[in-house]
Design a protein around this ligand. Structure first.
Ligand code: GLY
Ligand code: MN
Ligand code: MN
Length: 460
């Protein structure tokens, strides 16, 4: 049986053009201090093409479909310390590559794979020092031109091909992402219930208590790591977009914003829920929450095959802007209509990030956000708030199998212009959506979003 990885290598080889050779390193190991390393995480491109998670490895793919893996050699002593290695002898049978060498042979063997080829493909600006390595290999090939060898004469960015391939998730990837999403959703349920239960018991609840619940649930179900640093933000901390789980108290009467998702078998999930610490929304909390929730429903309704990447954002902005007017956070006196709010970006002090990003192996996954191959249709325009020149390029058309987040929010800082009841409230609701033929599949809804459902879950 041909593995998904062999199929992907063949699909990539077919795009390299006559005489093209692709080089894909995995990620380096990184020292934390002295003898301790940061937990190792493979490179996503490399994993996409091999399913191989050992460090110190390179994959080379030729246009004729031949693939060569360079990997760590078997070494009894190192394996006692660091664990079993696959080794180049076993790699062809296990991974389906055409041949394999020890990574120690890299500088001897790689130039041979470039001889008499025309183009070297590698991920640009992704691996520190790779450009210098490629230069070294090309120098070795060029040293042999007097022996009649020809040297590649062009370099191409492999990201352009791999990003397009990774943007549409195949059935295997979607299945893994659904499983990751389910684990993360249950972790959020667990954190919500723990918050209410501990407060009911009169305990001193801290952000890290809730983070511990998330991590426990992730690992319990086989997740290797969190997909990104978990945000557990109690009360006003929710208005800090990149806050982390810290020691702040989770207080009765305040909201908690949790943005956390696990990585499972190389794929990320990304969920945000905002809930009352004690399980019951206050009236202003509920009013603001309902606006964000309605914006998220609108963004989901706008996510479908044939729509554009920006459509969910624009749908969310319209609902958020109307809500800001309805609740008096923006005044009708200053802003005559929703269109006026949108035009002047008056929502920006309350909503300063975008509604979506691609999701996949990386939490902010690769893939162009504009339609490739379409030239600018209009001259660059100055952003009304920042003055930064922005290119008006048509955003990406959505296709089945693309995966994006839907994550509108509102963040209210103290200000004389804003009713005090809303001060320090930060709300975001984030789900992961797979684009389907007719709409989208929200794969993270094992954790509720509706007010009544959150309250009933937390009462249990
Ligand atoms: N957790 C990162 C994000 O939501 O984009
Ligand atoms: Mn996100
Ligand atoms: Mn998130």
């Amino acid at each position: 049986m041909t593995s998904i990885y062999s199929q992907r290598r063949a699909a990539l080889a077919a795009q390299l053009g006559h005489g093209g050779v692709a080089i894909i390193p995995t990620a380096p190991e990184r020292a934390r201090n002295r003898d301790s390393d940061f937990p190792y995480r493979h490179d996503s491109y490399f994993y996409y093409l091999t399913g191989f998670t050992e460090p110190n490895a390179y994959l080379v793919i030729a246009a004729n479909g031949h693939s060569t893996l360079f990997c760590q050699p078997k070494d009894l002593e190192r394996e006692i310390w660091d664990g079993i290695r696959l080794g180049p002898e076993a790699a062809p049978a296990v991974l389906g590559v055409t041949q394999a060498h020890s990574v120690g042979e890299l500088n001897k063997e790689l130039p041979k794979l470039l001889e008499n080829q025309t183009t070297v493909w590698f991920p640009f600006a992704t691996h520190e020092a790779l450009t210098a390595q490629v230069d070294g290999w090309l120098t070795q090939v060029r040293a042999r031109v007097r022996m009649g060898v020809s040297c590649p004469s062009s370099q191409q960015d492999l990201c352009t091909l791999l990003d397009e391939m990774r943007l549409v998730k195949d059935a295997h990837e979607q299945d893994t992402m659904r499983r990751a999403a389910r684990i993360s959703a249950h972790a959020h349920v667990r954190a919500m219930q723990t918050s209410a239960r501990m407060l009911r018991a009169g305990q001193d609840v801290r952000e890290y208590h809730l983070e511990a619940e998330l991590l426990h649930e992730f690992r319990l179900h086989g997740s290797q790591f969190p997909a990104y640093t978990s945000i557990v933000a109690a009360g006003a901390n929710a208005c800090v977009l990149h806050y982390r789980a810290d020691v702040a108290p989770v207080r009765d009467g305040e909201l908690v914003l949790i943005d956390a998702g696990c990585e499972l078998d190389g794929y990320a999930s990304d969920i945000t829920r905002t809930f009352p610490a004690n399980g019951k929304f206050s009236s202003p909390q509920k009013d603001l929450y309902q606006v964000v929730l309605a914006a998220q429903h609108a963004s989901a309704a706008a996510t479908k095959t044939g729509a554009r990447f920006n459509d969910p954002h624009e749908a969310a902005l319209r609902v958020l802007s109307q809500g800001l007017l309805d609740l008096g956070l923006l005044t009708q006196a200053k802003h005559s209509s929703v269109d006026d709010v949108l035009e002047k970006k008056a929502y920006f002090p309350f909503y300063m990030h975008r509604t979506s990003h691609w999701l996949g192996m990386d939490v902010h996954d690769c893939g162009s956000y504009v339609e490739p191959g379409v030239a600018n249709t209009a001259p660059a325009k100055a952003d009304p708030l920042t003055g930064v020149m922005v290119q008006a390029r048509p955003s990406r058309v959505l296709h089945p199998g693309m995966v994006l987040t839907l994550e509108p929010g509102l963040y209210v800082r103290p200000s004389e212009d804003v009713p005090e009841a809303f001060w320090h409230i930060g709300i975001r609701i984030e789900d992961d959506a797979i684009v389907t033929a007719t709409g989208c599949e929200l794969i993270t809804r094992d954790v509720p979003v509706e007010v009544a459902d959150i309250e009933s879950l937390m009462a249990k």
